[in-house]
Design a protein around this ligand. Structure first.
Ligand code: HEC
Length: 101
């Protein structure tokens, strides 16, 4: 039962629709102001590493989504799962890898 729920959650995250437009705007603001505080306003890195497409290209979406949700214990990267859910974190990874002009 537990395993079934887990796999249902995993597959729904993959197929999850993008957040509503207002929520997308809120997430973009979060990215700029909160994430930007460490990763740089233009995401080219600061205290945290750069988050531009070339920086992330060789890392899987699953790995990066998990990093955003859980943070990296022992580093300055905090967990964000109290503020954003899994599909929102996956969407953030998507726009980091494929920024829109
Ligand atoms: C307090 C500083 C800080 C804030 C705020 C922060 N990060 Fe980080 N982040 C870090 C650090 C430091 C690392 C590198 C951790 C390590 O050494 O592995 C990191 C790593 C990452 C990585 C993995 C990058 C890679 O190349 O593996 C991603 C993705 C990421 N952060 C996204 C975000 C997002 C999205 C936000 C905002 C919701 C955010 N971070 C906010 C400090 C921060």
């Amino acid at each position: 039962m537990k395993i079934f729920i887990l796999s249902a959650m995993l597959s729904s995250a993959v197929a999850a629709p993008p957040p509503e437009p207002a929520r997308q705007q809120a997430l973009r603001n979060l990215l700029k102001h909160d994430c930007g505080a460490c990763h740089g306003l233009t995401l080219k890195g600061g205290l945290g590493p750069g988050l531009r497409p070339a920086d992330l290209a060789d890392k899987s979406n699953e790995f990066l989504t998990a990093t955003i949700l859980r943070g990296r214990p022992g580093t300055a990267m905090p967990p964000w799962n109290r503020f954003i859910d899994k599909s929102e974190a996956a969407w953030l990874v998507e726009i980091l890898k494929n920024p829109q002009p």
